[in-house]
Ligand binder design. Sequence first.
Ligand SMILES: *Cc1c(COP(=O)(O)O)cnc(C)c1O
Length: 275
Amino acid sequence: MEELLDTDLGSVRVFLKRDDNKARKLRYNLGHPRVLTFGGAYSGHIRAVAAAGLRHGFATIGVIRGEERLPLNPSLAYAASCGMTLTYLDRETYRRKNTPEVEAALRERWGDVLILPEGGSNAAAVRGCAELPPEIDAEFAAECEAGTGGAYDVVCCPVGTGGTLAGIAAGLPAGRRALGFAVLKGAGFLVDEVARLQREAYGRVWDNWSIDLDHHFGGYARTTPELRAFAARHGVEEVYVAKMLLGIVSRARGGGFAPGARVVAVVTGEPFPPR
Ligand SMILES: *Cc1c(COP(=O)(O)O)cnc(C)c1O
């Protein structure tokens, strides 16, 4: 695991674990011959479902928020190139996508489909993400322990819909904590959502996690000059990863971690367009 080097970290050490969490969330959702899901025009979840459909040989339907725009942007062009059928819902209908009426209309039109929620967070996704901490443990022990004299204390991840955090927290060994950084503004509802996802997946809620709501930088897909500069300096994307890392740096500076704490930051997603 590479270490994040930043002058403002003090005695806190931050290790970067790269993980394609969108693919991980799909692992236990596979098996149905037709999968329908939702997303915005730049959704990483849409790309992940399209890629999984191509790789595993199932049909995929992407229901995209807003009007169709041609030519397709690179993200949707990639999804289409994987064989995904793209369809569009106006913003008002899209907001009601989880209601029985809209769902019935989609099933009427698209037939027998497995419907995955926007962002892919459901119980199966949580169980998939719970497999990440054991991988981190093994990697940390193999690569980092010699230099730090022990295990990590905290795992951090960005939070969009909460499935990744819910799973990581569920999969953590005793004594460690998970800290999520919300990328949306006013995202207090995510606390209930992560608890709901854990309950749905395991019938219980863990108390080893929390969510930082203060590093959204203006809201989803918003940015600031500071965030943009930080993302460029460290070569990470701005919508999720840079917010978390800058949040970690600011908490380290403000005494938000114990002195000498070892933090593993999950660098989520996969580079798009592929590097
Ligand atoms: C979707 C996504 C997340 C957030 O995961 P959730 O499970 O929705 O909270 C974080 N990082 C990246 C790069 C993502 O694409």
